[in-house]
Design a protein around this ligand. Structure first.
Ligand code: PLP
Length: 342
């Protein structure tokens, strides 16, 4: 694995911290103990409140600049964290930015439509375009780019979630960073739990671990798709990423695992377990998760622990991929619970 030869612009605060969650681990331990939960703070990458897209954008913006692009365009759901971080990266690099936001949830309230990430998209100077739900959002993005001055010659299109082989390389790099950190700490890790959405994070992590010679199992928690199609998508992208970064051999399908039980009503719609997970992390650790991705992912980890998936003392790393800005677009879901009497 040689990432040095790929175009990259430094945008993220790296390495992100890897920290133990002691109160959470103690609270979740049963009579026979429980796993030690660690958190990889990719919510602290910077770029307008942080998150996983910062790592992908280092390589995507590197490619855009290499093409001589003067503008970038991308697409996502209305409350896309990817759109927000793309807007921030473009601002930092002096590029014009267009974001195409799909109303995937059908929510029409003002907070969802305008607060949270949308407020930050605009604050960073992005031009916001909207569209109703569409099956092929990449085609919608291509149409948008074609209609902008200079078209694709001037405007670099970044796929939704930044999830192509170029973007996923950011997570191959994150895997190398994590292995370096755990080696330096002498920390043996038994599992990594992460969100599986547009798949770049999951695919990049799996590919990077392979490149680093690590055998840590990765558990993806789906935020949208059913397990089988999501596993196929992650595997396809992992193989493309392996080729992109020059990894010999192929990615084995057996290392791709996706759990689809925590999606709830659908993409971008919190389940009861999502709200519980967001509250638990905030109340026990003062760390903010989000209603669309990390809340569902952490609900998945809570579910695995309750099912006894981990032995006492096993170490599990929860990858915090960011997204807390979206909390402000979902205020009704997280109204303060009455304080419990001490
Ligand atoms: C985009 C996103 C994810 C999912 O990452 P993918 O690479 O799209 O699978 C997870 N968490 C947050 C906060 C995100 O914004």
């Amino acid at each position: 694995m040689n990432l040095e030869r790929l175009p990259r612009v430094r945008l993220a605060h790296l390495p992100t911290p890897l920290e133990p969650l002691e109160r959470l681990s103690a609270a979740l331990a049963g009579p026979g103990g429980g796993p030690d939960i660690w958190i990889k703070r990719d919510d602290c990458t910077g770029l307008a409140t942080g998150g996983n897209k910062a790592r992908k954008l280092e390589y995507l913006m590197g490619a855009a600049l290499e093409c001589g692009a003067e503008a970038v365009a991308t697409q996502g759901a209305t409350q896309s964290n990817h759109a927000r971080q793309t807007a921030a990266a473009a601002a930092r690099l002096g590029l014009e930015c267009h974001v195409l936001l799909e109303n995937r949830t059908g929510f029409t309230d003002r907070d969802y439509a305008e607060n949270g990430n949308v407020l930050l998209d605009r604050l960073c100077g992005a031009v916001v375009h909207r569209c109703p739900p569409r099956d092929d959002m990449e085609a919608a993005l291509a149409e948008l780019v074609a209609g902008l001055p200079g078209g694709a010659d001037r405007v670099y299109a970044i796929p939704g979630g930044g999830s192509n082989a170029i973007g996923a390389t950011g997570y191959a790099n994150a895997a190398a960073e994590l292995v370096e950190q755990t080696d330096a700490m002498g920390l043996g890790v038994d599992a990594i739990v992460l969100a599986s959405g547009s798949a770049g994070t999951h695919a990049g992590m799996v590919t990077g671990l392979l490149g680093a010679g690590s055998r840590i199992p990765v558990y993806g928690v789906s935020v949208r798709a059913e397990s089988a199609p999501q596993e196929a998508r992650v595997l396809g992208l992992a193989r493309e990423t392996a080729a992109h970064i020059g990894l010999p051999g192929t990615v084995d399908a057996a290392v791709i695992r996706v759990d689809d039980r925590f999606v709830g009503p659908g993409y971008g719609v919190p389940a009861e377990s999502t709200v519980e997970a967001v509250r638990t992390m905030a109340e026990l650790e003062g760390i903010l998760l989000d209603p669309v991705y990390t809340g569902k992912t952490f609900a998945g980890l809570l579910g695995m622990i309750r099912e006894g998936a981990f032995r006492s003392g096993e170490r599990v790393v929860f990858l915090h991929t960011g997204g807390s800005s979206a909390l402000f677009a979902y205020p009704g879901w997280f109204e303060a619970k009455r304080a419990q009497a001490a």
